[in-house]
Design a binder for this molecule. Structure first.
Ligand SMILES: Cc1ncc(COP(=O)(O)O)c(C=O)c1O
Length: 390
C-alpha cells in the first residue's frame, strides 16, 4: 500500500500546540509532524473509541511483545520483558529518574547543544547542568572525550543524559562512541539515561545503536527511554517505555515513576503503541523516504538560494540544524524571521552551549508546506541581511 504524506491537514482547530500561532504564520518548530499517523494506528484507536468505556487500563502482554519484537527486528537488540516499564512520556521518565537518582546540587552531564527540556528536568529537580559542548568542525559534530572525562570524574556528577540519536544536530552515535561513553560513565560511577525517542527516524538504509546493546558497561549502568510518539506522531497519547537491564537500578526507577504517578496508561496509550509497533512498519519506511527527500530539498534550496547559510548533514530525526553563524545571533534572527515572514522556527541558543549561531527547523510536513517554509526562510534572511547592511 502507498501511504499519503502530501495531503495538508488543517491542525489549527485541534488545540494543537504547534499550530497555536497567528493567522498566516507557519510553525516549523516543536518536534511533532504535520502528517496523520499510520491508518493502522487510527483504525486501532477507532475500535477502542467505539467500545465506549474508558476505565482504568492495564499493561498487557501485547504491549511488552510489541516493544520487544520491534527492537529485536528493527534494531537487533533483545530486551527481557522484566526490564521494560510503561511511562506516560520520555520527559516524565527523565524528570522522575533525575528526582530519584540524584540529591540536590549534583551535576547532570549533557552533551550540548541538546534538547532543551533536559535542562528543565535537571534544574527543576534541584540539580545543576554540566555542559560538555560537542565539537563542531567542518560541518560535523563529535565529542571531546578529554573534556567529557574531566567532567564525569567530578564526584558531584552522578547522571548523564544522552540523546541517542541526537536532537538537534541529527547525529547517530556509532557503536565505538557509545562504548567510550559507557566505559567512562561506568569508571566514574555516573548513571546514563539514553533517550532513544528519535531512533526510528533515521535515513533509509541507516540504523541506530541501542545504548544497552553495546556491551556490559553500557547495559549494566543505563536506563533507555523509548516511545512510538515521535516515529508515529502520537505525542498527544502520552505513551513511552523505559528499559533497565540491571535489577537494582530498575527497582529504583520503578519506584520513582510509581511514586510520581507516571507509570499508568490512559485508555489509548497502549492501544496506540501496540498498533504502531505491530502494524506500522511499512508506513514508517515510506515516511523515512519522504523525510529524506524533504531533507535533500532543504539542503539544495539553502545551498542554491541562501548565501552564507549551510545545513548540517544529519542522518536522524526530522529536525534540521541550520548554520547561520555568518548571519547573526540565533534569537535575534529567529525573531526577525517570524516577524517578517510568519515562519516560526527555533533559535539554536535554546539548546545550550554551542547552539547560538544555528536555527532548528522541523521538516516533517507535506512538501507544499516545506516549500512555503523555505521561501519564507530565504525571504526572512534576505531581509535581515538587507537591514544589517543598510
Ligand atoms: C530528545 C527528546 N526527548 C523527549 C521528547 C519528548 O518526549 P515525550 O513527549 O515522550 O515527553 C522530545 C520531544 O521533542 C525529544 O526531542
Amino acid at each position: 500500500m502507498r501511504y499519503d504524506f502530501d495531503t495538508v491537514v488543517d491542525r489549527r482547530k485541534t488545540d494543537c500546540s504547534k499550530w497555536s500561532v497567528g493567522e498566516g504564520e507557519l510553525p516549523m518548530w516543536v518536534a511533532d509532524m504535520d502528517f496523520r499517523t499510520a491508518p493502522e494506528v487510527i483504525e486501532a484507536l477507532r475500535e477502542r473509541v467505539d467500545h465506549g468505556v474508558f476505565g482504568y487500563t492495564e499493561i498487557k502482554d501485547e504491549w511488552y511483545d510489541a516493544y520487544i519484537n520491534w527492537w529485536r527486528e528493527r534494531h537487533g537488540f533483545t530486551m527481557e520483558r522484566e526490564g521494560l516499564m510503561f511511562c506516560t512520556g520520555v520527559v516524565a521518565a527523565i524528570s522522575s529518574i533525575v528526582r530519584k537518582l540524584t540529591t540536590p546540587n549534583e551535576n547532570v552531564l549533557l552533551l550540548t547543544p541538546v534538547y532543551n527540556i533536559f535542562y528543565n528536568s535537571t534544574v527543576n529537580n534541584g540539580c545543576r547542568v554540566l555542559e560538555c559542548p560537542l565539537v563542531y568542525e567542518n560541518g560535523a559534530y563529535s565529542i571531546d572525550f578529554d573534556d567529557l572525562e574531566k567532567k564525569l570524574s567530578d564526584p558531584q556528577t552522578t547522571l548523564m543524559i544522552l540523546c541517542n540519536p541526537h536532537n538537534p544536530v541529527g547525529k547517530i552515535w556509532d557503536r565505538e562512541t557509545l562504548r567510550r561513553i559507557g566505559a567512562l560513565c561506568k569508571k566514574h560511577h555516573v548513571t546514563v539515561i539514553s533517550d532513544e525517542i528519535h531512533c526510528d527516524l533515521t535515513d533509509p538504509g541507516t540504523g541506530y545503536v541501542p545504548f544497552c546493546s553495546v556491551d556490559d558497561d553500557c547495559r549494566s549502568n543505563a536506563i533507555m527511554c523509548m516511545a512510538p510518539t515521535k516515529t508515529f506522531n502520537l505525542a498527544g497519547l502520552q505513551t513511552a517505555a523505559i528499559y533497565v537491564a540491571d535489577p537494582v537500578l530498575r527497582h529504583k526507577v520503578c519506584r520513582g515513576i510509581n511514586t510520581d504517578e507516571v507509570a499508568e496508561p490512559n485508555a489509548f496509550a497502549t492501544v496506540g503503541a501496540i498498533a504502531a509497533f505491530t502494524k506500522g512498519g511499512e508506513w514508517l519506511d515510506q515516511l523515512r523516504g519522504y523525510i529524506a527527500e524533504n531533507k535533500k530539498i532543504l539542503y539544495r534550496y539553502v545551498e542554491e538560494n541562501i548565501p552564507g547559510v549551510s545545513v548540517v548533514r544529519g542522518e536522524a530525526t526530522y529536525l534540521c540544524w541550520i548554520d547561520i553563524s555568518a548571519i547573526g545571533p540565533s534569537r535575534e534572527v529567529a525573531a526577525f524571521i517570524r516577524k517578517a515572514t510568519g515562519l516560526y522556527i527555533t533559535a539554536g541558543a535554546v539548546y545550550g552551549k554551542g547552539g547560538d549561531g544555528f536555527l532548528r527547523i522541523n521538516i516533517a510536513c507535506p512538501r507544499q508546506t516545506l516549500l512555503d517554509g523555505l521561501q519564507r526562510l530565504k525571504q526572512g534572511i534576505d531581509a535581515y541581511m538587507a537591514g544589517k547592511n543598510r
